[in-house]
Ligand binder design. Structure first.
Ligand code: PNS
Length: 165
């Protein structure tokens, strides 16, 4: 049987416990997962793409899933990248109804571009469904406690980034 390759794309700025939950559970759907960190030249993030890649790799290693998961960054269209890496499934997490419209639109346009690649949605686990990278950064900026939203590794790297700048 051919190996089913999934691609989980996102900004991962930073990776949260919500992302890790989706990564872990997506291995029930695919044999191998590629976590694709989208590089957007017009958007400067908290972490640069190289830092995000390293942090995601470290987090995946620490949950013991490194043998089934590869982490890469990509530029340009998701569907071109998915084709290049042989992915037949795009994995996306759905947190709330508010995610739906954006995801619906993106999935429809991606399907038009590449009809043989399916997007599969996993609902966030009930204890993770409110977590967003955007809000994690905001809470961190105002010195709130983000330790239940991200790994200790992410927290350490965010503190380091702050003290380096
Ligand atoms: O975690 P995010 O920020 O919601 O991820 C969005 C992402 C990276 C999946 C999306 O912006 C994307 O696919 N970017 C690559 C460029 C692309 O293919 N754009 C057309 C989408 S229809």
């Amino acid at each position: 049987m051919t190996e089913r390759i999934g691609l989980y794309p996102g900004s991962f700025d930073p990776i949260t416990n919500g992302h890790t939950d989706i990564i872990r559970r997506s291995l029930k759907v695919v044999d191998k997962l590629i976590v694709g960190i989208a590089v957007n030249m017009n958007k400067s993030g908290f972490f640069n793409p190289e830092e995000r890649l390293q942090i995601v790799e470290e987090d995946i290693k620490s949950i013991g899933l490194a043998d089934k998961i590869e982490v890469h960054s990509f530029e340009g269209l998701l569907m071109h990248y998915a084709t290049n890496v042989g992915a037949s499934i795009i994995i996306r997490g759905l947190r709330a109804v508010s995610d739906f419209e954006y995801e619906f639109q993106m999935t429809g346009m991606n399907a038009r571009l590449k009809p043989d690649i399916e997007t599969v949605f996993l609902m966030s686990s009930e204890n993770q469904h409110f977590i967003s990278s955007q809000l994690v950064k905001e809470i961190f900026k105002f010195k709130g406690d983000i330790s239940s939203f991200v790994s200790a590794n992410v927290l350490k790297n965010m503190k380091k980034k702050l003290s380096d700048n």
